[in-house]
Design a protein around this ligand. Sequence first.
Ligand code: SF4
Length: 217
Amino acid sequence: MDRTQPVSTTAKGPASSAPEVLPPTASGGVTQATVVKKTAPKSDYKPADVSPQRRVQRSYSVRLWSIRHSRALEWFYARFADTFLLLHPLWKSIGYRRVEGPVKFIEKRVKGFMFDCRMCGQCVLSSTGMSCPMNCPKQLRNGPCGGVRANGNCEVEPDMPCVWVKAWEGSRNMVKGDAILNVQKPVDQSLRETSAWLRVTANAAAAREAEKAGTSA
Ligand code: SF4
């Protein structure tokens, strides 16, 4: 029997007078997303980013490239953070509030392109093998759920590699890859759409000034 087709069974007997339609199941060559699309109720409203079609068509190639090159990006990011910290006096003289707009504009586009960044404002890429955990449909920040498929893909988006499987792979390439074992705090939703670059820089500058004040006291 072809298990991809709905099965209609008409049982004869006193307890089952109505036909029973069994749902189709995915089998060789047919993805779960395709089955969901075929069986979804027809409607004029098709949300842009959550339709099964969109999930099937979506390419994760740049995101996966970044994970494969996590070691080089780790090196680059460290230098980039140092440069941003060197510019702290400039940011401070202009005013962090004033520079936020342009910096956020660039950060959103650069990280969006490379990591599918969702601008959570509390970046942990250096602890997650350059795989952004906000791409996990459940937004888990401390490892995968129990639903990873046998092929390493996500249970919610069957055509997407699990971000935590990829995070582990990326972390194995990095010098400080064991940072993936650190427990991350829950996401602070109030920091969404803010600049992680500026936050990290301002925090590092404050820590450096506190350290200087401590040694001179
Ligand atoms: S962890 Fe947050 S800031 Fe970093 S790439 Fe992901 S969404 Fe963007």
